[in-house]
Write a protein that binds this ligand. Structure first.
Ligand code: URA
Length: 231
């Protein structure tokens, strides 16, 4: 890989900024000052910028326990984003896999691997997502069949895909859906005349939000956990 590209990948600098730090004599290759941006860097080479060794960052995969009041986007004028809960280099390269509403809590996946996030969130792959739902009114048994058949959401042409509802108590249930339409869970309950008061995502694919991951915390996904997300 070219030296200037290597510097960009490690630091987030642009090509022209990388060229500039090279011209400013801030870059060494195996201890020698280098001046050519086009030099080829090998895996075994040690590149330092201003005395600090640069390291390539591979693709990263995290799960985060989103608290209420945080937003799943990179910037927002009114609310803190989930990225403010993270301490990672090159954080601007990360994105959430799909989004939870501001007031929804629970499992969020975060990565810089666009292909991976596309596969998990794409409607084609039907990766299951399970939500714990608390409602304003009691949930009738008939809702199980309604959600299994699919309901029409306001302003949409197609009914929802079959979804599994497990009623836990009068006003609490687990709902598993296999697509990700806008505000889907809230709109599904609205379609049967109820209102979601609180929503918490517990599971994506085979990956459950761990009990020991407190609200606001995050951790890297292990190789085993990544396998649980294969659609
Ligand atoms: N469905 C919703 O209505 N809101 C969410 O945050 C996620 C799913």
């Amino acid at each position: 890989m070219r030296l200037d590209k290597f510097i960009c990948d490690c630091t987030g600098l642009t090509r022209s900024q990388a060229g500039k730090v090279i011209r400013q004599k801030l870059v060494t290759l195996n201890g020698e000052l280098v001046k050519q941006a086009a030099l080829q860097v090998k895996d075994s080479d040690v590149v330092c910028l201003d005395g600090e060794q640069l390291q390539l960052i591979g693709l990263r995969y995290f799960m985060l326990h989103k608290p209420d009041g945080y937003i799943c986007s990179t910037e927002d004028p009114d609310h803190p984003t989930v990225f403010t809960l993270m301490d990672e280099p090159l954080i601007e390269r990360l994105h959430t896999v799909g989004r939870l509403d501001l007031d929804t809590t629970g499992l969020v996946l975060i990565t810089d691997d666009g292909q991976w996030s596309h596969r998990i969130s794409s409607p084609k792959h039907h990766v299951a997502k399970t939500y714990r739902v608390w409602t304003a009114d009691p949930i009738p048994q008939s809702a199980i069949a309604q959600f299994a058949e699919g309901v029409m959401l306001r302003n949409e042409k197609n009914a929802t895909l079959p979804a599994e509802l497990e009623i836990i108590s009068d006003n609490e249930a687990l709902l598993t859906i296999h697509e990700g339409r806008y505000h889907q869970v809230k709109r599904m309950f609205a379609a049967i005349g109820n209102k979601v008061e609180r929503l918490h995502r517990e599971k994506i694919g085979g990956l459950q939000l761990p009990d020991d991951l407190a609200e606001g915390e995050y951790r890297e996904l292990s190789a085993e956990q990544l396998l649980l997300l294969k659609g």
